[in-house]
Design a protein around this ligand. Structure first.
Ligand code: NAD
Ligand code: DAU
Length: 344
């Protein structure tokens, strides 16, 4: 696996993965195909421009010509597909069209391209959200029913089915990873943890959806990257692997922890109108990847959270630049009325 095409490498997890692989393997070469949507940011890859093992190509995974062009001159050993529309709230409030196009059609275009060009390995980066919501007990296994509850999750589930079909029907050597909620450096500040850190640092209200008791299973992004690398190298064609941080907690606990680390008051918390169809609980059973492939997370949640908060403190210019641009309109549209109703 020396010559990789990584899609979505200018986003949160993709950029961490590019850095992780270049740090870990001296002889790896990476081409990063990214459309640079609102979530794609070449600043996330700053410092790599001079690395001759790394190359950036601007292109859209749902455009067959863009994909054919990059695959034709690449000679890739594998494709690792991160590129996606990734934010649930946008899929609910801004329409699902771009989610269907990028997440389903984009996956299909890449799968077709891999077959045409004889790429030897394809890895689909999927999510625990395809399983829907858990009740009070239990954890998602790879055998849990696929039951997505929001347009983002449905588009990711559709993509997973296209990958399965490419393996079954056409014999493509494809594997799927399904990971829980990531946190760490370079996460776009629309997502819970960076949003709460940035708002707290600016003494702005922290909008917690519903009663704040929705549970997510948090994993440090570098542990997700090491799991993707492990599956890429070791998994059988057609296999699916769950990846989780084994740290499932209610959102309100995460928000309180951030306030505590920053020394900010809990009076900043505002309980606002809930997200429609809000999944109540996610928790992953990662025993298959641990038992079959020998992967386990290398970071504890508490240490990784402190390092993450430190990173956002040290990179204030990075998130302030994002929050001062077009994102501000998104934020006002998403939260202004809800915060007013909550008395903020
Ligand atoms: P992100 O939104 O931070 O980044 C997405 C990247 O994809 C951006 O660089 C964007 O420019 C690029 N992109 C979007 N549409 C594109 C297109 N049509 N063509 C080419 N590039 C395009 O997302 P993320 O949080 O880093 O998530 C990466 C992947 O991991 C996604 O597939 C997501 O579903 C999956 N995932 C995310 C999490 C999480 O907690 N963030 C957990 C599990 C799985
Ligand atoms: O579970 C994996 C998924 O995690 C990934 O597939 C998605 O790409 C990623 O965005 C993430 O989805 P979530 O919807 O779980 O993440 P988000 O950070 O948007 O929200 C986390 C939880 O926090 C969720 O229960 C909603 C809640 N929340 C979120 C925001 C943005 C709030 O209470 N207030 C907020 O302002």
């Amino acid at each position: 696996m020396k010559n990789l095409l990584v899609t979505g490498g200018a986003g949160f997890i993709g950029s961490n993965f590019v850095r992780y692989m270049l740090d870990r393997y001296g002889d790896v070469r990476i081409t990063n195909l990214d459309a640079l949507t609102y979530a794609g940011n070449l600043e996330n890859l700053a410092g790599l421009e001079a690395d001759e093992r790394y190359r950036f190509v601007k292109g859209d995974v749902a455009e067959p010509d863009d994909v054919a062009a990059v695959l034709a001159d690449g000679g890739f050993d594998a494709v690792v597909h991160f590129a996606a529309e990734s934010h649930v709230d946008r899929s609910l409030h801004h329409g699902a069209g771009t989610f269907i196009r990028t997440n389903i059609q984009g996956t299909q275009v890449l799968l077709d391209g891999c077959r045409t060009c004889g790429v030897a390995r394809y890895l689909q980066v999927s999510t625990d959200e395809v399983y829907g919501s858990l009740g009070a007990e239990g954890r998602f296994t790879e055998g849990s029913p696929i039951a997505p509850n929001n347009p983002y999750a449905a588009s990711k589930a559709g993509a997973d089915f296209m990958v399965r079909a490419a393996w079954k029907s056409h014999g493509l050597n494809a594997v799927i990873t399904r990971c829980s909620n990531n946190f760490g450096p370079y996460q776009f500040p629309e997502k819970l943890i960076p949003l709460m850190i940035a708002n707290a640092l600016e003494d702005k209200p922290l909008p917690v959806y519903g009663d704040g008791k929705h549970v997510r299973d948090w994993i440090y992004v570098i542990d997700h990257c090491s799991a993707v690398d492990t599956v890429l190298r070791k998994a059988e064609p057609g296999s699916v692997y769950n990846i989780g941080g084994d740290h499932d907690v209610p959102n309100i606990e995460i928000v309180r922890l951030i306030l505590k680390i920053l020394g900010k008051p809990e009076s900043l918390i505002r309980f606002v109108d809930d997200r429609p169809g809000h999944d109540r609980r996610y928790a992953m059973d990662s025993s298959k990847i641990q038992d079959d492939l020998g992967w386990s997370p290398a970071h504890t949640f508490e240490q990784a959270m402190r390092e993450t908060v430190d990173w956002y403190l040290a990179h204030r210019d990075w998130w302030e630049r994002i929050r001062s641009g077009a994102y501000r309109d998104y934020y006002d549209g998403m939260y202004a009325a809800r915060l007013k109703q909550a008395g903020a």
